[in-house]
Design a binder for this molecule. Sequence first.
Ligand code: EPZ
Length: 457
Amino acid sequence: MVCEGKNKSYLKSQNLKIIGRSNLRGKVKISGAKNSALVLLAASLLTNEKITLDNVPLLTDVEKMSNILKNLGVKLQIKNHQLIIDSTNISIKELPYELVNGFRASFFCIGALLARFGQASIPLPGGCNIGKRPINEHINGLKALGAEIIIEKEIVKAKLVENKNRLLGANIRLNCPSVGATETLIMAASLAEGRTVIENAAREPEIQDLCQMLNKMGAKIYDSGKEKIIIDGVQKLHGCSHKVIPDRIEAGTFLIAAAATSSSITVSPVIPNHLEAVLNKLEESGSKITKKGNSISIKSNNIKAVDITTAPFPGFPTDLQAPFMALMSIAKGRSKVTETIFENRMNHVELLNQMGSSITVKNNIAQINGVKELSGMTLVGSDLRSSAALIIAALISKKTSHIYGLEHLDRGYENFELKLSKLGVEIIRETKRKIISEKSYENSKINNKKLSEIKVA
Ligand code: EPZ
């Protein structure tokens, strides 16, 4: 697992050297879901008993969340992909800024800490380069459950209202189906007194995975899988063992990479109905998809242009918008990609155009004219999913590419280059003999912003 901190500049000197015109073949093993593992780690704060998590992906984001829990006094043992979490003796204290800066998932701890200890202090997660990432839905929902919240010097301080020793169940209607806010409120409500109903809740599979683990811990959550989630609070939650679901976004990224290189591969394990919207669009654009148990196979040739619009689950996931745009950049015909979830999730367009794509963007709608080929070059990814899109573009391109910005990629894709090389891609992670100077790295520009100013998603 790649560490943070001192290794950060080390990571900046790393790039993936990719020989273009790749063809993928064979089977790729999908890791546990990043966006499930992170919230399950936060949920482990709800009990003073041991939680054993299996199929945990080895990612820098998981390492960051583990460091946050350790800072609170949680004991963690990691063995391969198993994490044993012991939150028996944790102390409530403010999380240090350097641990949470630019790491949005840290905010998921607020609901669990408030529910278990009646108070929590978490630095504002702040925006990133895909959007402002507000937390109003989290705050309003926690207040409805009986929390008093003030924000002082960028710290969100939450506590129970006077003379109350537990949160109180409430009816909450989210204005937007926020994944994080739904997760925060489910965790807070699981130990509240009485019933909580969350309307217009997000329905992502990672939320269903959270509900399954909490119910194993003794929670009473009726997750209809619809927009309404009912939670009857209990006094205490106990330990359990739980296996993280497969990462649908990683699986989708590999399927899109296969379509972009006219390849045939199989991804497994995966839960096919977690990717319905993506599979439909891959079939509509000409790929042949076969689902068999927990495997999905794809066979692709002559991809044609199709339009996509991102939407909350079960719609087309925003996290696969950038990789799919790389596919559309060489599809036959004109396509339109509409991003409805985040206000600034088109950082990859400028870079794809530098490689020879023909894409224009206006008001979060990208118009794409498919081109015959792309040309490899040296690029710097600026967020997790944009970096994946650039790698897909590099696989398609003639000539060789060097993709920097691996500190973003390693947040969400475990052993990405190893998995690609097992599929037959000529790809290696190069470390420049000398660490490229911070200056030259930071002077690289994306959308005329210095890299140093760009936070990660
Ligand atoms: C989660 O982020 C994921 N991250 C994101 O994955 C994913 O893109 C996103 O859900 C949408 O599916 C994790 O699970 C760690 P949201 P989250 O709250 O919870 C607005 C990746 O690449 N909003 O559902 O932060 C917000 O501005 C990452 O793996 C409010 O207005 O996303 C956005 O427009 C990137 N107020 C929309 O909702 C709020 O209080 C969706 O955000 C919260 C959100």
